[in-house]
Write a new protein. Structure first.
Length: 109
């Protein structure tokens, strides 16, 4: 770890998908404030270079971090974003958290 922090091998690479897993586990095992704080620390770290894997990442981070009345995981935040943008807000899901978001239609008839 000392050699990594000293920059011996250059910056570490933080893939978007690894970020997703980290903040989702923290949300489930702790709470949104911990997930939000650790996510911000990872993204702002000088020792890590973020490697995006999708064009939706930045907006998903914003939506995930803004939530106060829901406990959507990071992937579910992306689902809600895409549903609003491409599916007129329609989502087929058993996850009740989606029902708390204005503008989404969960399991529409």
């Amino acid at each position: 770890m000392e050699r990594f922090l000293a920059g011996t091998w250059g910056p570490g690479l933080l893939l978007e998908y690894v970020f997703l897993e980290i903040v989702t586990v923290l949300l489930m095992r702790r709470d949104i404030s911990v997930a939000r704080r650790v996510g911000r620390l990872l993204l702002e770290s000088e020792e890590l270079e973020f490697v995006p894997c999708s064009e939706l990442f930045v907006q998903t981070v914003a939506d995930f971090s803004r939530q106060t009345l829901t406990a959507l995981g990071f992937a579910d935040s992306a689902i809600a974003l895409i549903a609003r943008a491409r599916a007129e807000g329609r989502i087929l899901s058993f996850d009740a958290e989606f029902r708390k978001i204005a503008g989404l239609q969960v399991n529409p008839d």
